[in-house]
Design a protein around this ligand. Structure first.
Ligand code: GAP
Length: 475
């Protein structure tokens, strides 16, 4: 089994991430996060949030709506440009991206049945579309067709498509557009001196055509995006600045620096809004692939919304040359991190199989999730050695102290110590604290380190202090 399959089955077995609607056969590219998966994801999110809130820069947050109307995406270019080319196999009827399949002697071949009877490419928009309000689209379509019955089929289709698009709302394909649209409203309440950033964590949706590789490319995912507004002449400086900061952030959640690298886009790879872009890539089982993009969006978005809405988008900056203040349209540097993809990178990076022994002393593979302690769902698990009232009582006391210190932990009293260790190794609990009969005499406990499996004996209060300090979120 390859590592992706192993991680996928661990996620299911331990309830971290499960395919949505699994009882009905599962929905392709949709996943639900269970308790432990949710906690890991929230820890990554919190680390991102804190890295901006406590940074040297002025950064403000917004929590925008997921549904946005047609004019937003017409202006942003997503209606016209956020498309993938698609072809149909005329034999087996599957639909695929012609640029993602291998060609035979320069000729396109169906990846499923091998036929070369392929349609011309058509552009397929990746946004999900829906309606707002009590609209019965079927009824609308019928009325439209009846009213326009004198036109040709092609004309009706074209006009109808346009009418439907204009009255639709879309699930945002990136969180960024709320920030651009609200720029003038938001900057009324924020300090408006450049540079400053507006950040958002939220869901984005893409009707992706290729959706293999577990959480890597899914239809519904979370992004953590920062739009950092700068003077145009500072573009290069802040591009390098944020790229460097973001790589440093990634190195704090990934164990091995060699699993990360930067890749600069060539001009013909750039998204419609980007002037320059570098990806931060993680070494996935299939090779290095994108986890975050740092892009220069120039003044593309603010100007696009200014043109389309007829509103003025600017900040006031003092000008020595002209004396007084002048209006300028800021440029944007955008570090855009996929939270769902970061979660996948973190668990793949942490997943490890090591030689170990079971409770009977037999050699076996030890599966351990070497999560950075601050990302782990449980920071500690407290084990009474056996089911004994006094041992359980002291275990609960230690657990209460961990709770009081705001460290998420649990007491586990079922199964052998070996099985309890194995479970907590798999879900990444960095410390297991065992309470035994000596603990009742001198209040000492055994603390086992997840990664080294080394055990140390100390007073339980010292154990709690150590766990608290070792699980701190880094600055
Ligand atoms: N606002 C810029 C933007 O959205 P992007 O490169 O299309 O840029 C940014 O997306 C990040 O969002 C990616 O680096 C990736 O981590 C994540 N992402 C994009 N599409 C995704 C998908 N279908 N499933 C999971 N994550 C995705």
């Amino acid at each position: 089994m390859d590592i992706l399959q192993k991680v996928l089955s661990l996620c299911k077995r331990r309830g971290l991430v499960i395919q949505s609607a699994e009882i009905y056969g599962g929905a392709k590219s949709l996943y639900d996060f269970g308790h432990l998966g949710f906690l890991i994801k929230e820890n990554i999110k919190e680390f991102w949030k804190q890295s901006l809130l406590f940074s040297d820069e002025s950064i403000f947050f917004i929590d925008g709506s997921i549904l946005l109307p047609f004019p937003v995406f017409k202006a942003s270019g997503h209606i016209d440009c956020f498309t993938d080319p698609l072809v149909d196999c005329k034999e087996c009827k599957i639909r695929f991206r012609p640029d993602k399949v291998e060609k035979e002697l320069g000729e396109l071949k169906c990846p499923s049945c091998g036929s070369k009877n392929i349609s011309d490419p058509r552009l397929f928009n990746l946004m999900f579309r829906t309606t707002l309000g009590p609209v019965d689209q079927l009824e609308e379509i019928l009325t439209f067709v009846l009213q326009n019955s004198s036109k040709s089929k092609e004309e009706i289709l074209k006009d109808l498509q346009e009418q439907i698009l204009k009255s639709s709302v879309f699930l945002r394909p990136e969180t960024a557009q709320n920030i651009f649209c609200q720029f003038m409203n938001l900057t009324k309440s924020y300090p408006r001196k450049l540079p400053f950033g507006i950040a958002q964590i939220g869901r984005a949706f893409r009707n992706e055509i290729t959706t293999e590789k577990f959480l890597f490319r899914v239809a519904e995912f979370e992004q953590m995006e920062l739009e950092f507004f700068v003077k145009s002449q500072d573009e290069n400086f802040y591009f390098d600045y944020w790229l460097d900061k973001r790589v440093t952030w990634w190195k704090k959640i990934i164990n091995s620096d060699s699993n990360l690298r930067i890749r600069e886009y060539s001009q013909n790879e750039l998204a419609h809004y980007a002037k320059r872009c570098c990806d931060i890539e993680f070494k996935f089982p299939w090779g290095f692939d994108e986890v975050e993009g740092v892009a220069s969006r120039s003044d593309y978005d603010l100007l696009a919304h200014a043109r389309a809405s007829g509103k003025d988008f600017f900040v006031l900056e003092s000008s020595e040359q002209r004396g007084g203040q002048v209006k300028i349209v800021p440029w944007v540097i955008e570090p855009s991190c996929g939270l769902t993809r970061a979660f996948l990178a973190v668990i793949l990076d942490a997943y490890s199989e090591e030689p170990g022994v079971d409770a009977e002393g037999q050699e076996k593979v030890r599966t351990v999730m070497k999560l950075k302690p601050f990302l782990a769902p449980y920071k500690a698990a407290v084990f009474p050695l056996v089911k004994n009232e006094e041992l359980i009582k002291l275990s609960k006391l230690i657990h209460d102290e961990l709770k009081r210190r705001r460290l998420y932990s649990c007491v586990e009293e079922n199964q052998s110590i070996g099985k309890r260790y194995a479970k907590h190794d798999e879900i990444g609990t960095p410390f297991c604290i065992t309470v035994d009969f000596n603990s009742l005499k001198d209040e000492s406990v055994t603390v086992r380190d997840r990664d080294s499996t080394e055990q140390v004996r100390c007073h339980w209060k010292e154990a709690v202090d150590n766990v608290v300090s070792l699980c701190q979120m880094p600055a």
